[in-house]
Design a protein around this ligand. Structure first.
Ligand SMILES: Nc1ncnc2c1ncn2[C@@H]1O[C@H](COP(=O)(O)OP(=O)(O)OP(=O)(O)O)[C@@H](O)[C@H]1O
Length: 344
């Protein structure tokens, strides 16, 4: 059997000397006859919060389950905490924590009982577990609820308990699969603060999947964007947005989006144009200089423009330019992030 931990290169991303907690190379996973992971490459450095962003069905959960050793790769390689997930799954499991989407808590047990059980499964003694719970501080700050059955918890409290359970045995790497999906804005922000705390104060490397653009933007040092089983972009949120240009001009037009796009593409100040419905988005280097020529070009082309707005690029613009699609929910309705953006 190969001992991946002894192969120094697997701990380092190409061209970078920083040690890596997660290294994925040309990873494929077939499910139901489909290549759900179609050659994923990515690297998460030690101590990083890595945001893995993608719309519904893109393959996020499949990748996380593979990295947590719950699914075997079809081909390619994944190394987590220094060990190959396919050949050394036991070593990987000892070193990671995971709060996955389909967590089945025994709701009759109290939070404290569940946390203690989790610690005992990792061979910890009661005193060690209690010390660890104090160390986790705010993360387990469920107050007196810690001694109530988990069945009485709100969604946010259950999610916090999930994350705390993933951390009881002091793993170096923790996987959080869509930890805030379904939470109200207040609970979401509380969980964000906790993720930041466990990364900054406890030094835990965090691999976090999300379908919320804002979440990746706020939490992640670096972001990987997955679409149809492939990582289509990787970088810091700012780096990714800079690929779009400095500013974005958005024109809402009356049924003439094609004419508007053609007119804008002819302008020197415009770097790229995307169309969605009656909305035409132009990426530009200098928004204040571009706004005038854009308005004139639309008027000259005879396009009736309902509104013209200037804003900074978002990760959704990055996704749109890479895939030709916006982030959207299954039913095609705008994602909550988009809806929020539209009302700003
Ligand atoms: N066991 C399976 N058999 C067949 N197809 C599957 C199986 N599990 C997942 N898939 C399909 O693989 C694709 C990726 O699923 P996955 O759950 O990894 O996506 P995701 O990005 O996590 O999406 P979501 O945000 O909805 O959780 C989806 O189209 C899904 O229907």
């Amino acid at each position: 059997m190969t001992t991946s931990a002894t192969l120094a290169p697997v701990r380092r991303p190409p061209g970078d000397g920083t040690p890596c907690s997660v290294l994925v190379e040309d990873l494929h996973r077939t499910l139901g006859g489909r290549d759900v992971l179609a050659g994923v490459d990515l690297a998460v450095r030690d101590g990083e919060v890595y945001g893995f962003l993608g719309p519904n069905g893109a393959g996020k959960t499949t990748l996380v389950r593979t990295l947590c050793t719950l699914l075997a790769p079809t081909s390619g390689r994944a190394v987590v905490a220094g060990f190959d997930v396919a050949t050394r799954p036991g070593e990987v499991r000892l070193r990671i924590g995971a709060a996955l989407q389909a967590t089945a808590l025994d709701l009759k047990q109290t939070g404290r009982e569940l946390l203690r059980l989790q610690g005992r499964l990792y061979g910890m003694r009661a005193a060690q577990i209690d010390r660890r719970l104090r160390e986790l501080g705010d993360l387990v700050a469920l107050g007196s609820a810690l001694d109530r059955p988990a069945g009485s918890y709100s969604g946010g409290m259950r999610r916090r308990l999930d994350v705390a359970m993933a951390l009881v045995h002091s793993p170096g790497v923790v996987f959080l699969d869509e930890p805030t999906t379904g939470l109200d804005p207040e609970s979401r922000e509380a969980l964000w603060a906790e993720v930041q705390h466990l990364n900054a104060e406890l030094g835990v490397t965090v691999f976090l999947t999300t379908q919320y653009l804002e979440e990746a933007d706020v939490l992640a040092h670096r972001v990987g964007i997955i679409s149809a089983g492939r990582v289509v972009a990787e970088g810091t949120p700012d780096e990714l947005k800079r690929t779009i240009g400095t500013d974005v001009v958005v024109a809402e037009v009356d049924e003439q989006a094609g004419d508007a796009a053609d007119a804008l593409r002819r302008l020197d100040v415009v770097e790229g144009v995307e169309v969605r419905g009656d909305q035409v988005t132009a990426s530009v280097l200098d928004g204040t200089r571009a706004l005038g020529p854009v308005a004139v070009a639309l008027a000259t082309a005879g396009v009736r423009t309902r509104s013209l707005a200037l804003r900074r690029p978002t990760l959704d613009d990055v996704f749109l330019s890479l895939t030709g699609r916006h982030f959207a929910t299954d039913d095609g309705a705008p994602h909550p992030d988009e809806a929020r953006e539209a009302t700003r």
